[in-house]
Ligand binder design. Sequence first.
Ligand SMILES: Cc1cc2nc3c(=O)[nH]c(=O)nc-3n(C[C@H](O)[C@H](O)[C@H](O)COP(=O)(O)OP(=O)(O)OC[C@H]3O[C@@H](n4cnc5c(N)ncnc54)[C@H](O)[C@@H]3O)c2cc1C
Ligand code: SF4
Length: 332
Amino acid sequence: MRMPTFNILEPGSKKKALLTLDKYRNKLKVVAGGTEVVVMMKLGLSAPSYLMSLNKIKGLKGIEKRKNEVIIKSSTTIKEILQSPLMNEKFKGITQAAQLLAAPPIQNRATIGGNILQNTRCLYYNQSELFRNGLKPCFKAGGNICHAARGGKRCFSVYQGDMAPSLISLGSKVKLEKNNSSRTILLSDFFTGKGENPFLIEDNELLTEFIIPLPDAKYGSSYEKLRIRKGLEYPLVSTAVFLSEDKDGNLDNARIVIGAAASAPKIIENASSCLKSRNPSAEDMDEVANLADNLSEMINNLSVPATYRRKMVKVVTKRSLKNAFQDLKRGY
Ligand SMILES: Cc1cc2nc3c(=O)[nH]c(=O)nc-3n(C[C@H](O)[C@H](O)[C@H](O)COP(=O)(O)OP(=O)(O)OC[C@H]3O[C@@H](n4cnc5c(N)ncnc54)[C@H](O)[C@@H]3O)c2cc1C
Ligand code: SF4
């Protein structure tokens, strides 16, 4: 598989990058670690005239603690997150997701910004041009059919990023900048839920940072993932859990996010009301697992059957919950 031809642009500052984005707009693709961009170009799923590398922009790298929050700049690599004492101490769910993401050769290059912005995936779409040419174009390829769900009226391609569920469970925000303006929104609001077009980002916007609030009470977090092999595997189902206590030691917040079960990560809205104590009963856990199951929108478009993935949503959710309770008991 050959790379199509392209021109490379390497701005040395964020300001120059934003001006470049504005100038070339939809002819340009941003490249951070390149671990997704290069594969998409080789498969013929993307053929931009320009690639703009973020590699030389120092202002987009690093992890910083401020008064009530931690900032992760978008070009920070997964390896840097794994090696950060601050991240390991404060956000176990995030470092667990980083640990389970692909394998060290990818973790060394892959960035957190690129990870969040990875496209949705499907067995029928993420294939070579030769394979795809044997099928009519589906919704995601600009056509009007779905090969995975006959009669389906939309694309069910799956968001398989590992970092988003954990970041969302912690209430993270994302900063998006363009020439002369910026906006900060909840990461959960950044996803459209649509397989064909999964993010609310404009073609002249750059994702520049993640803002993770530091909880002021005791809390715990966890991330669990189903995969076939122990390395180089996207999640087939995943669950991120954040739990916090009030000053009297009662559980007051449970934010649980299901990944790889739809075109966007999904928050279980009523989880807090099912888990009323530090030591939830098996029935409480089952109730949460059923809510997770109800939220998933799976069809047969990944490497294992949707029926198996549905069963595993419950299993993975309960495992992640148990681990987050352990982390909560450890306390901060
Ligand atoms: C073999 C293999 C296994 C993998 N396994 C996993 C896995 O287990 N879990 C997982 O989550 N992912 C996996 N991936 C996918 C991918 O490598 C990761 O998601 C990675 O984190 C992407 O980061 P990157 O910096 O390399 O992104 P890039 O490839 O550079 O970019 C990805 C996308 O983000 C855009 N982008 C990047 N940075 C910015 C920015 N700052 N502003 C605006 N747009 C931006 C790019 O234009 C592109 O659309 C795997 C990939 C491979 C090849
Ligand atoms: S889910 Fe259907 S429409 Fe979406 S990429 Fe797969 S085959 Fe295409």
